[in-house]
Design a protein around this ligand. Sequence first.
Ligand SMILES: Cc1cc2nc3c(=O)[nH]c(=O)nc-3n(C[C@H](O)[C@H](O)[C@H](O)COP(=O)(O)O)c2cc1C
Ligand SMILES: Nc1ncnc2c1ncn2[C@@H]1O[C@H](COP(=O)(O)OP(=O)(O)OP(=O)(O)O)[C@@H](O)[C@H]1O
Length: 314
Amino acid sequence: METIEVTALPPANEKPTILLIGKFDGLHIGHQQLLDQANAYRENGEDVAVFGFSDHPLWVLKGDPAYEKSLSSFKDKLQMLKRAGVDRYYNIYFTKEYAQITPEQFVNEQLTQLNISRIIIGEGFKFGKGRNADAEGLTELCKEHRIPVTVLPHVSFNHEKVSSTKVRQLVAGGQMEAVQALLGRPFETTGVVEKGEQLGRQLGFPTLNLGEIEEYVEPKPGVYLGVVEVHDEQASAQYYSLISAGYRPTVNGQTYKVEAYLLNFSGDLYGKKVTVKYLRFMRGEENFNGLDALVEHMQQDEQQAREILGLAAE
Ligand SMILES: Cc1cc2nc3c(=O)[nH]c(=O)nc-3n(C[C@H](O)[C@H](O)[C@H](O)COP(=O)(O)O)c2cc1C
Ligand SMILES: Nc1ncnc2c1ncn2[C@@H]1O[C@H](COP(=O)(O)OP(=O)(O)OP(=O)(O)O)[C@@H](O)[C@H]1O
């Protein structure tokens, strides 16, 4: 998949292209349906391309912190789009200036550069300065350029439109089963293992500390049942894990951290690339009175996890 950085106008393109437009954070089941449709429309070797925005428009324009963090890192998004068959990704630097583009300019100046054979959007799609134009407006403007626009009905779940905003709220609330239903896979964060305080080892619960995850939404502080995938050039391995996400009040932690205790594993993981996948919220973070109480509770967490997973007790 080719990635094209766009600050003003996208470069002219020759190959007939089926275009999708949006942020595509998390590539939820609604986005996946759109991508399936785009692939189904390929008849004469057209490319499928995504016109995507870098930072979330509502973070850039309104500074709304709910939109600062993402479900997927930029790298994750590119990897998922590539797997879904996308040929080209236009990375639009969404700035305050870009937001001033009118719907007419968006279609007549930006989109006409791309030799588009079809545009596919979800109903409720809004674009242009002030998000003033909708799917109907886009269809009208594209008519002049003989570009057909397919508007797909929302994919809904439990009578509600599936959206990245909804999934981000669920992650922040720790509702990981619901998140999994809407993403079609668990919520996951990929980072690099960093050195921690090394206290975990002394407590009998060595944990890996996950660094370089600043782009991601922070799950509700607490203990989760999950999976850690340790990446390796030859073969990746996955381990059931207990994930501790939060501020660690018992040891006077100051900042939000993600750590994971891998079940049935011992070894050194410093510097490795790992993916932490969240399956289920088990309990909130507690401020224990001393390390003995913390360790006792960690033992209970492990026992509970082993029972849920059908793993032999240690
Ligand atoms: C299963 C599990 C449960 C945990 N629960 C809590 C908790 O309730 N409260 C807390 O302050 N820290 C909790 N922690 C975090 C520990 O305080 C932390 O792992 C320990 O201080 C070691 O940190 P280090 O890896 O930086 O050395 C938990 C960690 C694990 C693995
Ligand atoms: N549930 C859905 N069903 C079908 N299409 C959808 C759905 N959600 C979004 N889309 C479409 O996917 C494209 C990209 O959407 P985008 O990621 O910008 O929206 P979103 O998922 O609603 O995110 P946000 O909640 O951040 O607004 C748009 O064409 C949009 O209409």
